[in-house]
Design a protein around this ligand. Structure first.
Ligand SMILES: Cc1ncc(COP(=O)(O)O)c(C=O)c1O
Length: 529
């Protein structure tokens, strides 16, 4: 053996070997209690932290050593770094003033579910490698199916995200129009170009799937949307017909229930009828809107689902499961299994039972026990608890809409939908507000709206997003956090109004000392707000 290795092993035997294996049980118990207190304190005082950091890129990385530690460090020290480096360097999606994206949420039962999953640490690839994980997955998939009113012709599989779900759904669609692609691939087979259709408002996961599946990004055809950001079905029909005339092969259409910018809902029934006539796959992207279909007043969201081949729902967006948790439902799930089942020799003995082996339903072999956290939270809230919380989001959304409508310096930029409101500040610049603004004014308003969002986010007091609608920049609020109350929303709205006034004053009188700094955090508020 090399002398330096021998020396190192001798040293090891003095200090490290006595501590091989795991943390001693009593020490672990103490750490767990400490962690439990940390989590409870974090949750209780979350409102006191800045919603978003104001660090420069790289500032967090600089606080870590360049190399991994040579010797193990105590948990107390690690936890202290979480307090001093990680927590202040985060955007706190669980903060009640986080109003960005879809405002998804942590809940106490969700946290308990995640904690419970950690010590079990199983691999749910086959039934035999963990019967409970497999069977619970089947159970929660079916609970959700019933809650959202999807017919029992659909069965599903849990993935991490909707992007992965759509990729798998479209792999099945591809197999239907180009049989044996799983085996032979797409090249050298004289196949026509395959086409996927979705609206100009749909999520980019359609293109990502086309990239991964060899269909090609440019074969995702964006169909124009109407004044309410819903897919124009006539244009879809025309595009499919035109593609057929040009010997291109329509493969799938994707209808969205809750688009990313405005949460608009495509006319799924009409799109579905067209897909049936054209004999192409209908995938429904209900990543956001799917959860709302549980609310009786929103049952209309389910219209046309009976015509779908696949549908993806993200409970990590709207059914209170912590990220990540997305369910892909496929009518006749066996079609998905046929595309992805491939049993390696060393697992053959593990797959003899009639029960599902979820590794057969996707590219992933190793799979975590995601079903457990959903089971914990859905049992803790029950259907009624989930629906009541979604209704509260809708109530708050309506309230915000009333406030926006009653202030003529603002206008709604799209029909509010579920928990999403897009709006725009339209005052304070020349001809803005009076009829259609000139292009120059519209551009100035774009900048103004963007500045308002940037300034609010930099303040650490709230967090919203901005998006583009028909080329114009608008502010966007997504409600979804169980901790966000009417009071928080009111504070957020006041902050938007004040910031808009300050930013527009500054843009008109760049030299005057505006009140705009009032939203900048004091040095102290940078740490705690
Ligand atoms: C409508 C829609 N579909 C799909 C996705 C992708 O979701 P995921 O992050 O789960 O891949 C998003 C993301 O926000 C979305 O808004």
């Amino acid at each position: 053996m090399r002398a330096d290795i021998m020396q190192e092993r001798q040293k090891e035997s003095q200090s490290e070997v006595s501590r091989l294996g795991d943390t001693p049980p009593e020490e672990f118990r103490k750490q767990l209690h400490e962690l439990a207190d940390w989590i409870a304190d974090f949750r209780e005082h979350i409102e006191t932290v800045r919603v978003a950091p104001n660090n420069k890129p790289g500032a967090i990385r600089e606080q870590f050593p360049k190399c991994a530690p040579e010797k193990g460090e105590p948990f107390e020290k690690i936890l202290s770094d979480v307090d001093h480096i990680i927590v202040p360097g985060m955007v706190h999606w669980s903060h009640p003033m986080f109003l960005g994206y879809f405002g998804w949420t942590s809940t106490a039962p969700g946290i308990l579910g995640e904690i419970l999953t950690a010590p079990l640490n199983v691999n749910a690839m086959t039934w035999r490698t963990c019967p409970a994980a497999t069977e619970l997955e089947t159970v929660v998939i079916d609970w959700l199916r019933q809650w959202v009113g999807l017919s029992d012709e659909f069965d599903g599989v849990i993935y991490d995200t909707a992007s992965v779900g759509i990729m798998h759904a479209l792999a099945v669609a591809r197999e239907e129009v180009a049989p044996a692609t799983r085996k032979l691939g797409l090249t050298d087979r004289n196949l026509p170009q395959l086409r996927i259709y979705t609206s100009d408002q749909a999520h980019s996961s359609a293109e990502k799937a086309a990239i991964a599946l060899g269909v090609g990004e440019q074969n995702v055809i964006r169909i124009p949307s109407d004044a309410h950001f819903r897919m124009d079905v006539n244009s879809l029909g025309q595009k499919i017909a035109e593609d057929r005339r040009n010997n291109l092969q329509p493969m799938a259409a994707i209808a969205t229930v809750g688009t990313t910018s405005t949460a608009s809902v495509d006319p799924v029934g009409d799109i579905g009828k067209l897909c049936r006539e054209a004999r192409i796959w209908l995938h429904i992207d209900a990543a956001y809107g799917g959860g709302f279909a549980m609310v009786p007043e929103y049952e209309w969201l389910r219209k046309g689902w009976e015509l779908a081949d696949s549908i993806v729902i993200n409970p990590h967006k709207t059914v209170f499961v912590p990220l990540d948790f997305s369910v892909l439902y496929v009518r006749d799930l066996e079609r998905l299994r046929r595309v992805f089942s491939l049993v390696p020799e060393y697992l053959r003995g593990d797959t003899v039972e009639a029960e599902k082996n979820y590794m057969d339903y996707g590219i992933q072999l190793g799979r975590r026990f995601r079903a457990l956290k959903a089971w914990v939270i859905w049992r803790s809230l029950g259907r009624a608890g989930v629906v009541a919380r979604l209704r509260e989001q809708i109530r708050l959304t309506d309230l915000l809409v009333d406030w926006i409508k009653s202030d003529d310096r603002f206008e709604l930029s799209a029909q509010p939908s579920m928990g999403v409101v897009c709006f725009r500040f339209i005052a304070g610049i020349g001809d803005a507000g009076a009829g259609s603004p000139t292009p120059a004014t519209a551009e100035k308003l774009d900048q103004l709206n963007s500045d308002i969002v940037e300034r609010i986010n930099a303040s650490g007091r709230a967090y919203l997003t901005q998006t583009k609608l028909r080329g114009r920049t608008v502010m966007r609020i997504g409600l979804g956090n169980v901790l966000t109350t009417e009071e928080h929303l009111r504070k957020g709205w006041e902050l938007i109004r004040e910031t808009a006034a300050a930013v527009s004053e500054k843009s008109q009188n760049p030299k005057t000392k505006s009140q705009s700094n009032s939203n900048q955090p004091s040095p102290k508020a940078t740490e705690r707000n």
